[in-house]
Each structure stands twice: as structure tokens, then as C-alpha cells.
Ligand binder design. Sequence first.
Ligand SMILES: Cc1cc2nc3c(=O)[nH]c(=O)nc-3n(C[C@H](O)[C@H](O)[C@H](O)COP(=O)(O)OP(=O)(O)OC[C@H]3O[C@@H](n4cnc5c(N)ncnc54)[C@H](O)[C@@H]3O)c2cc1C
Length: 458
Amino acid sequence: MSSTLLEPSTTAHDLPAMLPSVEWITDTARVARLSQDFAWFSPILKRDLAGKTGDVVARPRSEEEIRQVVSACAIAKIPLTIRGTGTGNYGQSTPLFGGVILDLSGYNAFCWVRSQVGRAQAGIRLSEFDAQARPHSMELRWLPSTFRSATLGGLFGGGFGGAGSINYGPLAAPGNVLGVRVMTVEPEPQIVELRGADAMLLHHTYGTNGIVLELEVALSPCVPWSECVAQFESFDQALEFASKLTKAPGLIKKEVSFLAAPIPTYMAPLMPLFNDKQHAVMMVLAPQSVEGVEDLVKSFGGVFCYNKTAEEVLSSNRTLIEYTWNHTTLHALKVDKNFTYIQSGFTPAKHVEQVKALEKELGGEVLMHLEFLRTKEGDFNCSGLQLIHYTSEARLNEIMAIYRSHGVQINNPHVYIVEDGKQNNLDPAVVKMKERFDPMGLLNPGKLRSWASREVRH
Ligand SMILES: Cc1cc2nc3c(=O)[nH]c(=O)nc-3n(C[C@H](O)[C@H](O)[C@H](O)COP(=O)(O)OP(=O)(O)OC[C@H]3O[C@@H](n4cnc5c(N)ncnc54)[C@H](O)[C@@H]3O)c2cc1C
């Protein structure tokens, strides 16, 4: 397409006819569906993002098709919102100002595995990446519970980590993501490879400061993981067990998730094993560590009540991972749609005491769900995805304030601006990256406050 065909009056609706070789979705209902993610977990976001939709969806399958769409949007100054498969939680891929949704799920080729490193196009599903790495005896270092459908680019653009973060920390820990290939949003889009810390300036920025085409990530040796559950009558003992297991150097694990009573009763496959007074610790363990963990469970007064080998997990097509992280919230919402949640980061070394204190203060109204992990710096810790019986926005804010008053960081899942979710801790270099990769501010406009305030200053 020649840029002379594009006029200032060109709108997103004109693009499908101008770029017929690209797959476009123009049906209003489908475009509206592809404008949404799982922001509905939050009654606040559900309200604030109601009716926000793109104008059309482009689903390019090659770098050349992406280039054509991006160039056309840059020339006509049409907003562009990148989407993987839309499993984000904060309206991350919901456009605030219409325009084109750039759905990269069809740009999904696996590139290679070399030694302990893998590379793929951004739209690859994480489950597919893992399947491709397995013949090389490698696996991804972290699997969000949405691994079946979520994309690698989406995890990088909007995610945190998942099963495996107990060993390797979040994606943001240095050494996890090695490099990204990025396209600029300009009439003549440029392609740049960013490595290490530079690459991380595009992480968790909701696709506001560059279009990631490919990612290169460090892998870990693959393990035939077993999946197990321990049951406890005592909250404190379950918590202390989970903390002890996280730190136990000889017991190899990929996931340790703590669910306070009555959350286990919301998890269909665990339901018959639990009554509403019992607490669960769900674990993904190396097979040689199962016996040792069973002993540890007993020493904390628990009962080892569920144990599946990797073969059993595979043949049942049911994995405990899909009951952890924000899947816990999803299962709870199926039982009671009045639940919502918060996300919290505890303080390493104080986390067990902080959890106990908050359980004492808010137990019953806030149901404790913790994911044990290592921080970006390597400290043992847990982060919370606590379930809340929602009553009002004011009470939700009070609960988050109570958490903060205990020294716990809240990563607020009820806001859609990048900085608000991170308590305003945004590295100014993120904005510099946007100047370089999106000088016209067309990517997901409205989501990066520091960019908007920079425009006001100019
Ligand atoms: C039930 C449930 C469970 C979840 N569990 C976890 C979990 O365990 N761990 C976790 O970290 N998250 C979790 N999430 C959040 C989400 O699933 C992950 O962040 C996921 O990896 C997002 O991938 P996606 O392809 O769906 O991305 P999308 O939702 O489509 O996009 C996410 C963000 O990334 C941007 N983006 C997408 N692709 C690119 C690209 N190529 N270049 C630049 N920006 C891009 C988008 O613009 C958007 O802002 C969960 C969500 C739900 C609903």
C-alpha cells in the first residue's frame, strides 16, 4: 500500500480495504470481545472499562504484515493496542481510545533452542513453547496458570511469573529474559534487538512502549513433575510448612500454593478431600522429593492427601497449576460471583508474621491465598492473591490500606494505568524507551501516565 493512499481523514475502519492481505476482524461483536480481558475479576474495572472497544482487529501472521499495519497506523495516527490472547487482568489490552487491536496470536512460530536458551515469536502460546522445548530436555522457567492459552509476548507485556517463580523469581529477575526483537511505531517501522536490562524496560508496560516481535528466554532442565496436596487443620502450621518447604534446598519444587479454609472447597477436584475448616498446600514437586515432602508434611501435623505422577497428570489433562495463581480466583468466582481479590507482596523474612497478623485482623472477610516464590533479588517470600467478599469500593480501599499499614506492598488489580498498579514506581527510562519506539504515543494510549504528563510539560 502506498502512503499516498492514506490521508489525515483515514480511520481504522478504512484499513481492511487498504491492506487486504492481512486478516481483519470487523464484526462489532467480535471486535468488542477481542477488546476485553479478565478485568471483570474487578467490579471497579468492570465499571470503568465498560464499553471500551477497538474499531477493528488486525491478525497479522508475518513480520511484513505487522509492518504494513503499523506503518498505516503511524501515517494516519491511529491508536494501536497489542493483544496476545487477552488473559490479562487489568484491561491491559482494552483500548481506551478505539483504533486497531493488533492481535499477535497468529505470529507464533517457535524459533530455536540452543543449550539452555529458547527463542520464539511473541504470539506463541506458552504451552506450545514448552512442548517445543521438551524434546531438547528443557522447559520454561515460569508458567502462569494461564499457560495453555496465554502468549509469551503477553506474559512479558503484562504478566509477572507463575509456577517456577519459586526457583527463578519473576520474569523481571535478571537473567530470565535475555533479549527481545522490537518494532518501532513509525511510518517506516524500524526493528531493533534489545538485550538484558534494556529489554526489561518493555516488561510489564502493557504494550505501551514497543511492539515485541520475538523473545529469547533462559530455560531450565525439564523434570517429570509430580503434583501433590497436603491438608492441615491449623492455618499457622500450613503456613509454616509452606514457608519451610520453599526454603528447603534439597526438596525440588516448581510450585507451592497456600489456600486458607474454605478456599480448597471451591476447587472442584480437591472438594471431596476438604471440609470448610481445612487448609491446603498445593505443590508441584520433583518425583525424588515427594517422599521427603511427605515427611515434612507429617512433621507439621498435616496429611498428604493427593499425589499424581507426571504420567497421571498428562493422561488426565488436569494439572494443579490451573488451580493456582489467579486461577484460584477464577474457580472461586464460579462458586460465588461476589468475590474479588487483591494482589500483595510481603516482606522477605517478615512474610510469615505479616500473614498471621493480617489473618488475625481480616480473616473471614479476606481469604488468604499465597504463592510462595523468590523475589527478583532472590529472597524467599510469598505474594498474595487474597479473595475478598466484595461489599463496596470504599471497603476494598480500606482493606488495601490495612495491608499497606502492615508494610505489605499492594499491586492494585483494580486500576488500569501502569503506574497505579506499581505504586508509582516507574523507571523514567521506560518513558525514554517509549520516545524511541513509539514517538507519536499511539501504543495503548492512556495507560502510561508518565507519558501523558510528559506531553503536558512539553
Ligand atoms: C485466571 C488467570 C490466571 C492468571 N495467572 C497468572 C499467573 O500465574 N502469572 C502471571 O504472571 N499472570 C497471570 N495471569 C495474567 C495473564 O494470564 C498473564 O499475564 C498472561 O501471560 C498474559 O498473556 P496474554 O497473551 O493473554 O496477554 P494479553 O492479555 O493479550 O496482553 C497483556 C499485555 O501485554 C501486552 N502485549 C501482548 N503482546 C505483546 C507484544 N508482543 N509486545 C508488547 N506488548 C504486548 C498487551 O498490550 C497487554 O497490555 C492470569 C490471568 C487470569 C485471568
